[in-house]
Design a protein around this ligand. Structure first.
Ligand SMILES: [Zn+2]
Length: 487
């Protein structure tokens, strides 16, 4: 499919700097005054720092760098297919195992949903991280009790049941235990791996150690011959699906205002879809026992849907129209966040790629028109996204896209110190030409070991050469010394 899309994109490869500037359209957007102000500030700063570049808001050098970066972030098709093959085989066989597993009937009706950046086709650098949601159906209507303002919930059945879910209820026979479901997921995956043979015999799957606030069973695909190297990481997340008739919890009902972007009809369709909860423990635990059994609402599936079908008038990617640069902008932002976290791991510990995704979704709902995201406008669009990022950081406000009451930049989520540091780091990045956009090191090869890896032989061949040179020098030195003595 990627090949087909590529053919349909005649604008790709267009020389940089030759694109007409349509930035004025974006400037007229009446709904987001602050980022525009920020953008003007950036333009002012740029004009102060260097010669003014006519109407162009992004210098041609910066534009070239951004275009070069996006090329380096795109995963090669060969890597993509090898990783997908191994992961799909794992997923299909795990599902078969669960369905035939008579000792755990609740998981027998499970289904996989592929979510996350790989399946949104916005994965960067390596195709080495996969997310899979294992859909588990809640048997009855649930009472959803908010624990923290809209993201975390206690889930109770409306009435006692004899459904297989009863194995995962607390003593009151109503509260669904997130820890019990996650532990069972671990047990089942471990049991499955005892008999499962990886499609590529040179590799094996290992279950990672449980992390206290993670909703996932994380697995690593490693080489059998070499214990240390992880090739692929997979998160299997059990997700409880609430019946679609129940509707979303109160905090998510008002949601974002995306009528202009996706249209009211599409938005209604999305809102009437089922709601998912993943077994994630609320951090801190100040609210007692409930925190240990809490569930976090998940919008992964909807995010995948709107990132895939992102067009306003369906004139770009999804309808064989000319490709827009929305996904590229998200990839660049993710890369910058990844780069910042690698560069400042301690200072930016609380920052994560979901912050980037949220800023991206807000920007899509504000800059909704397809014409604002033309492929040749990538540098301008990315800089606009970056300005929005900076603006959220400076104001310390980043409403969750679906639960707007919840501020992802509140001091409970990320420290003020980290945000102040981040504002400075972003400013520095812009001033110095976004050096962290590029991957920090050569991309780790994902092809499996031995035979297919000529690079293994190369260092050996190279390492012989200095030794040989040393020997020659030694022989030469001996000859010279002998010659001197003879004289
Ligand atoms: Zn598009």
């Amino acid at each position: 499919m990627a090949g087909k899309d590529r053919k349909l994109n005649p604008k790709e490869g267009r020389p940089t700097g030759a694109s007409p500037c349509k930035e004025n359209k974006a400037k007229k957007s009446p709904v987001r005054p602050t980022p525009v102000k920020e953008r003007q500030k950036v333009q002012q700063k740029q004009s102060e720092e260097g010669p003014p570049v006519l109407e162009e808001p992004v210098s041609s050098e910066m534009a070239r760098w951004i275009k070069l970066s996006i090329k380096s972030l795109t995963i090669s098709r060969a890597d993509r297919s090898w990783a997908a093959e191994v992961v799909n085989d794992f997923r299909d066989n795990l599902l078969k195992f669960l369905r035939s597993c008579t000792d755990q009937p609740f998981f027998q009706a499970a289904e996989f949903i592929n979510t996350g950046s790989y399946f949104e086709k916005v994965k960067i650098n390596n195709p080495d991280e996969f997310d899979m949601m294992l859909k588990l159906q809640a048997p009855t209507l649930l009472t959803m009790t908010e624990l923290d303002g809209g993201l975390f919930y206690r889930l109770d059945l409306n009435r006692p049941t004899r459904d297989p879910i009863q194995a995962f209820l607390l003593e009151n026979k109503l509260t669904i235990s997130s820890s019990k479901i996650l532990s069972e997921m671990y047990r089942l995956v471990r049991k499955f791996l005892k008999t499962y043979k990886v499609s590529d015999k040179r590799c094996r799957w290992e279950v990672n150690r449980k992390r206290p606030n993670s909703p996932a069973v994380t697995l690593s695909l490693c080489r059998t011959q070499n214990n240390s190297e992880e090739l692929i990481s997979v998160d299997v997340v059990p997700a409880l699906m609430v019946k679609s008739t129940q509707g979303w919890p109160h905090a998510a009902r008002n949601g974002p205002n995306v009528g202009n972007w996706l249209g009211k009809k599409t938005w209604q369709e999305i809102k009437s879809s089922s709601c998912f909860f993943v077994p994630k423990r609320l951090k801190g635990g100040n609210i007692g026992e409930d925190a240990k059994e809490s569930w976090r609402i998940s919008f992964s599936l909807i995010e995948k849907k709107i990132i895939t079908c992102h067009g306003n008038s369906k004139t770009c990617c999804e309808n064989n129209g000319s490709k827009c640069c929305r996904k590229q902008c998200l990839m660049l932002l993710k890369s910058l966040i990844e780069g910042l976290k690698l560069r400042f791991p301690k200072e930016l510990d609380g920052l994560c790629s979901y912050h980037g995704k949220t800023i991206f979704l807000h920007t899509l709902s504000i800059r909704f028109s397809d014409t604002m995201w033309a492929r040749e406008q990538l540098p301008t669009c990315f800089m606009d996204l970056l300005c929005a990022f900076e603006d959220h950081v400076r104001r310390r406000v980043l409403p969750h896209f679906f639960v707007p009451e919840c501020n992802l930049f509140s001091s409970a989520c990320i420290s003020r110190k980290a945000l102040t540091f981040l504002a400075g780091a972003l400013d520095e990045q812009k001033r110095t030409g976004l050096p962290l956009l590029m991957p920090p090191a050569p991309v780790k090869p994902l092809t499996p070991p031995a035979g297919t890896r000529p690079s293994i032989a190369e260092p050996t061949a190279h390492s012989l050469q200095p030794g040989l040179i040393n020997k020659l020098i030694l022989v030469f030195a001996v000859v010279v010394i002998c010659a001197l003595f003879l004289v």
